[in-house]
Structure formats: structure tokens, C-alpha cells
Ligand binder design. Structure first.
Ligand SMILES: [Zn+2]
Length: 299
């Protein structure tokens, strides 16, 4: 994968344990009450994140009721490895939305309104315990009290946007359906692009596919130039979801080894060689065994 993100603010928070909890008929994913935070660098796990995210999305494309438990387990597994997606700072026009009077949204699958009151908006992500935030016009006051771990965590991320920092707190939760929809969108982005090249469509249909791709455009990471020993590009990921989508897009458009599906197990993988067709030597061997067996049977 291209490494244009050599310098980046790409640390993210994952908790030791997550749970599913319902409130007013909506199922949320949240850290458990005594879960401890841990900081990791998204870019150190970029290939795993992209491959796992895409495979979960492909799994979620199956609408079979029997698959629901498996999908839930896969999503919770991803969250426990990499943290929540940070959807709160993904669908707004900027992750620094706390600095403004109202929140503006990009086109998204969750909220139809174009703008919303800031406090009303953040309440979507704190269904069980609202943060102590006061907002008066542009002014904003955020207080954390009582929990030393949460205070220390907030201190660690003072260089990040307030909303990103707030989303690292233990009381932050994401709707399970919203998270699932995000995984599904990544799979749809991938399959739409794959189908386009695998089939010989008429021009009219080609146009439709090209248009479909624009639906998946989302927030990009922001950047600035830092004056180190030479001018250096520093990227800033507003959320894990923004990072994952950017990395998936880079992987899909990679000239030599784009992310693809294994010919045997049909799971996504990032090949190490340009012409690799299988995710592992195990899959390659099993595929060859099946092929020679079916040849035998035809004789
Ligand atoms: Zn495979």
C-alpha cells in the first residue's frame, strides 16, 4: 500500500471490553463500565484494518436471519481490536464541529437534517451518560470530573479536535445498526468497483456504476504542513472510519497489489505478489485438490 501518511495524527483508543446495550429500542455498542482505555496507532495496523473491515462488510451483505449472530460477533470482534468507528466525527463537515454554533452534516446514511444543534447532535452518541458540555454560541466548556483515567485520557489528546477527544471517553457509544451500515457501505464500495471491471456493460449501465461510486464519497483526512527539518505533510484522521475508508480506497486503487477476493475462500486479502489469486497457500492447495477431484469425477 502507498505510504503517503508517513507523518500522521493517527492514534486511536480501544477499550479492554465492549458490550451491547439497549436504550429506547436502539442497540448501542459501548465500552463496559470498568473497561480500560488503550492507545494504538491505526497506521501500524492499516492492512489488517482494511481487510477485516471489508470482510465484515461482505459478511453483512448476507441478509439471511441466521447470519445475524455471526455478523454481530464479527463486528464486536473488530471493535474490541480497533475501538469504535468514531462516527460522531465522520458525518460532520469537520471533526472540529464543537468550535461552531451548530453542526453541519455531509450527506450520510444516518441523519437526514443538514444542520443540528450541537448538544442535540452529541446526545446521539451518549445515550447513557451525557458529557458535561456547555455550549453558548461559539464558546464551549467541557468538564470531566470524578474519573482520573478519563481525565488523563482527555489530557493525552488535547492536540486533537474536542469532539474526537470526547469520543475517546468511556461514556461514548455508537448505534450497532449505524456501525453495521458503515461496514456494509465499504463492502458495497468494493463490490460496485469489482462488478464494473468484471462485466462488459453497455455504456448506459457503465454510467450508472460510475454514478454509484460517488455515493460512497466521504470526509477525507485533513492535513497541514509542519515546519520540521524540512516542510513535512502531517495528516490528521478525524475518525477510525475516515482512516479505514481512505486506506480501503488507496488499497483498491493500488497499481500492483490491490485488495482482492481469494479464489477459494472468497475472503478479501491484500496480495503480496501482483498475480496472487489466493489468500494463503492453504487456500491454494485446497483449491487445487478440489479441481483435480472434480476432474477425476468427470472422467
Ligand atoms: Zn482464501
Amino acid at each position: 500500500m502507498k505510504d503517503i501518511f508517513e507523518h500522521a495524527k493517527s492514534n486511536w483508543v480501544r477499550y479492554s471490553e465492549y458490550e451491547l446495550k439497549e436504550k429506547d429500542g436502539i442497540l448501542y455498542i459501548k465500552p463496559t463500565d470498568d473497561a480500560m482505555p488503550d492507545i494504538y496507532n491505526i497506521l501500524k495496523h492499516k492492512e489488517d484494518i482494511v481487510v477485516e473491515a471489508l470482510n465484515i462488510g461482505l459478511l453483512c451483505m448476507n441478509r439471511d436471519k441466521e447470519k445475524e449472530a455471526e455478523q454481530k460477533e464479527a463486528i464486536m470482534g473488530f471493535v474490541s481490536r480497533y475501538g469504535l468507528l468514531g462516527l460522531m466525527t465522520t458525518i460532520t463537515t469537520t471533526p472540529s464541529f464543537m468550535d461552531y454554533e451548530i453542526v453541519h452534516f455531509i450527506k450520510n446514511r444516518y441523519i437526514k437534517a443538514e444542520t443540528m444543534d450541537t448538544i442535540e447532535y452529541i446526545s446521539y452518541f451518549y445515550p447513557f451518560e451525557m458529557p458535561q458540555v456547555e455550549k453558548d454560541g461559539l464558546a464551549m466548556k467541557w468538564e470531566i470530573s470524578g474519573d482520573n483515567t478519563m481525565m488523563a485520557l482527555a489530557m493525552t489528546f488535547t492536540d486533537r479536535e474536542t469532539a474526537v477527544n470526547m469520543s475517546f471517553q468511556r461514556n461514548y457509544a455508537e448505534s450497532y445498526e449505524w456501525v453495521k451500515t458503515q461496514f456494509l457501505d465499504w463492502a458495497l464500495l468494493f463490490t460496485t468497483a469489482s462488478l464494473y471491471y468484471e462485466n462488459s456493460f453497455e455504456d448506459k449501465d457503465k454510467e450508472l456504476y460510475q454514478q454509484m461510486m460517488t455515493v460512497f464519497s466521504t470526509n477525507s483526512p485533513t492535513y497541514h504542513i509542519k515546519l520540521l527539518d524540512k516542510p513535512t505533510l502531517v495528516w490528521n484522521f478525524g475518525s477510525l472510519a475516515i482512516a479505514a475508508q481512505m486506506l480501503l480506497s488507496l488499497s483498491m486503487t493500488d497499481d500492483k497489489t490491490p485488495i482482492r477476493l481469494c479464489k477459494h475462500c472468497t475472503k478479501a486479502f491484500i496480495p503480496t505478489r501482483p498475480n496472487a489469486l489466493f489468500c494463503s497457500s492453504k487456500c491454494k492447495n485446497q483449491y487445487n485438490v478440489y479441481k483435480s477431484r472434480s476432474k477425476e469425477e468427470q472422467k
